[in-house]
Design a protein around this ligand. Structure first.
Ligand SMILES: NC(=O)CC[C@H](N)C(=O)O
Length: 230
């Protein structure tokens, strides 16, 4: 598969995801600059983590207007696959490509530690290969990751099976104590109605090889690739 990784001013996880896709997963990757107007034939677009435009106004609020986002929005409208990690998720939410919003963490503090999450649906490209009972240990690093949606949106994403991940404890229990940022119903990631746009806060690209002491993130990348090869 050919991945396109978009780089915004202030992105800081772009090289991490490029490294994992290229060197760990053996995929083709092109770097896309936020001012570009085409996707260089990529089949799968990734918006990486970081602090695009210094998180001014709100995380993702300015990046959402970068020229490349017009092309990404058109690509997604035609069913193209787009995945946002952390700041990428914030940009997708600002662009209206996934439901809901990311508010400041409930305790107003930046959270930077490992958390656990569980896949919530088998019906998505990023989770279909993950054992739903498995608690994945994945790093988290953000100040604005508190997932919010109004009651109607929350109901519709639950009814349509659009929740990708929820925060849990090491044993897989989804509890208030295992919620690191105040997210509604422990939601850590969602997909859109068309199931081709994916956003989540945790960073699997920081946990995808033995060298960094944690390979749990590979399950997500394997899931994406197994469906594309099916
Ligand atoms: N790691 C990241 O992508 C940081 C996300 C974002 N800028 C925040 O602090 O909320």
């Amino acid at each position: 598969m050919k991945f396109g990784v978009v780089i915004f001013p202030g992105s800081n996880c772009d090289e991490d995801i490029i490294h994992v896709l290229q060197n760990v997963m053996g995929q083709q990757v092109v770097r896309l600059w936020h001012k570009d107007h085409d996707l260089q034939g990529a089949d799968f677009i990734v918006l990486p983590g970081g602090f695009s435009f210094g998180d001014y106004l709100r995380s993702g609020a300015i990046a959402r207007f970068s020229p490349i986002m017009q092309v990404v929005i058109q690509f997604a409208a035609k069913g193209g696959k787009v995945m946002g990690i952390c700041n990428g998720f914030q940009i997708l939410a600002e662009a209206g490509l996934v439901p809901g919003a990311l508010l400041h963490n409930k305790n107003r503090k930046f959270v930077c530690r490992n958390i656990y999450l569980k896949a919530q649906t088998q019906n998505s490209m990023v989770t279909q290969g993950i054992d739903p009972q498995r608690a994945l240990k994945i790093p988290l690093a953000h100040g604005e990751g508190n997932y919010f949606a109004d009651a109607d949106v929350l109901k519709s994403i639950n009814d349509n099976d659009q929740v990708l991940f929820r925060y849990c404890d090491v044993a897989g229990n989804i509890t208030d104590e295992s919620n690191p940022n105040g997210s509604l119903e422990n939601i850590a990631g969602v997909t859109n109605k068309g199931r081709n746009v994916f956003g989540f806060m945790p960073h699997p690209e920081r946990a995808a090889e033995g060298l960094v002491g944690n390979e749990d993130g590979i399950a997500i990348f394997e899931s994406i690739l197994s469906l594309s090869n099916a």
